[in-house]
Design a protein around this ligand. Structure first.
Ligand SMILES: [Zn+2]
Length: 172
């Protein structure tokens, strides 16, 4: 188990087994708890698109550059890529124990099941289908999909992989 400074009643920093640093349950967290607010800079959609494009370009066509922006409402997004947002350290998993929820104009990381003390907090980043190849998943759970793609669009990745395999066969 990793150790680290407590940053709220529920959460502390730690070294992740998945990727770099992560956030860990400081104590047992009951299901449906608002564990930590995902804070950041409130920006317009236009600014959001600009930053997204810039980050994706800088990180070689994807990577984890597009992780930090959440939709607040029709006009504004939240850019959580700021030092004062510890929730940005939460890693992705295909078998998560938390999920981001928009609650009255704020984004909260909410426990989707009871979480034991010392467990790493994880949510499904759920990227769009677009650029799926740039987001391979190494979360390590048995049910890992292999790519970080939102559930509703995974069938498109399966189809693309199946077609790719068929293409390779016919070209031989
Ligand atoms: Zn995975």
């Amino acid at each position: 188990m990793s150790t680290g400074a407590a940053i709220s009643k529920w959460v502390r920093h730690g070294r992740s087994t998945i990727h770099g640093r992560g956030l860990y349950a400081h104590c047992a967290i009951p299901k449906d708890t608002r564990v930590i607010e995902y804070v950041g800079e409130r920006i317009t959609k236009a600014e959001s698109d600009r930053r997204d494009a810039e980050r994706c370009a800088r990180r070689d066509g994807g990577g984890d550059g597009c992780v930090y922006i959440f939709e607040l409402n029709k006009r504004h997004d939240l850019d959580g890529d700021v030092a004062w947002n510890p929730a940005r350290l939460i890693n992705h998993s295909c078998e998560p124990n938390c999920e981001p929820q928009g609650i009255r104009g704020k984004i909260w990381i909410v426990a989707t099941r009871d979480i034991a003390a010392g467990e790493e907090l994880l949510y499904d980043y759920g990227f769009d289908y677009e650029n799926w190849r740039d987001h391979p998943c190494r979360c390590g759970v048995e049910a890992c999909f292999g790519y970080i793609v939102k559930r509703s669009q995974r069938w498109r990745v399966r189809r693309a992989i199946a077609r790719g395999a068929a293409d390779t066969k016919t070209s031989r």
